[in-house]
Design a protein around this ligand. Sequence first.
Ligand SMILES: Nc1nc2c(ncn2[C@@H]2O[C@H](COP(=O)(O)OP(=O)(O)O)[C@@H](O)[C@H]2O)c(=O)[nH]1
Ligand SMILES: [Mg+2]
Length: 292
Amino acid sequence: MINWFPGHMAKTKRLIVENIKLADVVVELIDARVPNSSRNPLLNDIIGEKPRLVILTKEDLADKNATALWKEYYKQQGAAALSCNFLRGNKNIKKEILGAVRLQAKEILEKRARKGIIKKSVRTMVVGIPNVGKSTLINFLAGKTAAETGDKPGVTRGKQWIRLDKDVELLDMPGMLWPKLDDQEVSCKLAATGAISDLVFDQVELVLWLIEWLLTNAAGSLAARYKITEKENTSETLANIASKRGFLRSGGELDLEKTAIMVIDEFRAGKIGHFTLDMLSSKETSEEQNHE
Ligand SMILES: Nc1nc2c(ncn2[C@@H]2O[C@H](COP(=O)(O)OP(=O)(O)O)[C@@H](O)[C@H]2O)c(=O)[nH]1
Ligand SMILES: [Mg+2]
């Protein structure tokens, strides 16, 4: 677990700024379950006008309709947007990603051609907050042989460009972004999806927040999973789950801690359902607030 103290953020930002200079197209990973909350607020400033491909990761765990709407939203913003389940990555997804990167780089390549530079590859790098799937994507795209042949002279020490195809290269190191933790709601969403460490939150408090979200936005999902009666009161609903599962302490009282950990685990694994915690309207609202 990384502690995002200010000095750490400054260093991380410096590194990303340096690396982004070398890339033609930035691949920004965001978690399809929390497309707004899992974005780094400073990334727009850092990337500037550079072409961008947004990939919504873990689409297998998110709400399908919401993912489609979010992709539309990013396209309207001028980025290319795809969604993937990297655990079931196949050749088509790789082709799609490379195609989108090429398309985003088209203008840059044309500009280079006008200057007489023709053979230069498109360089791309992956950025995102912890746990969003950066390493999984790089391993999936690069494969082992690509990583081994990626070493080239003239590249800053410690950095390697991995060749993905004749005309596309990928930086072997992802750009690690810090999550936004100044907003309690956003922090809860990131904790619930596993983007931030379990040590940061009291698990019972977190599960009460999650139960509240599910009762409000996906009524019936807890009842179906745990064969319980949902209550308006979140604590009572949690107690119902604990007693249904027989989670008791030695004294016979309900073990809410153990129940919390179980529910959070099952939520993250998609066993309670496939949910997107960030709705588009809340994103728009938060943008309005930022402008005030
Ligand atoms: N369900 C699901 N899990 C994924 C997907 N992509 C990555 N993961 C899992 O998410 C976790 C974090 O991935 P990792 O690549 O280490 O994230 P990083 O910290 O950004 O490098 C790992 O347990 C991956 O197996 C996906 O598309 N679907
Ligand atoms: Mg990683």
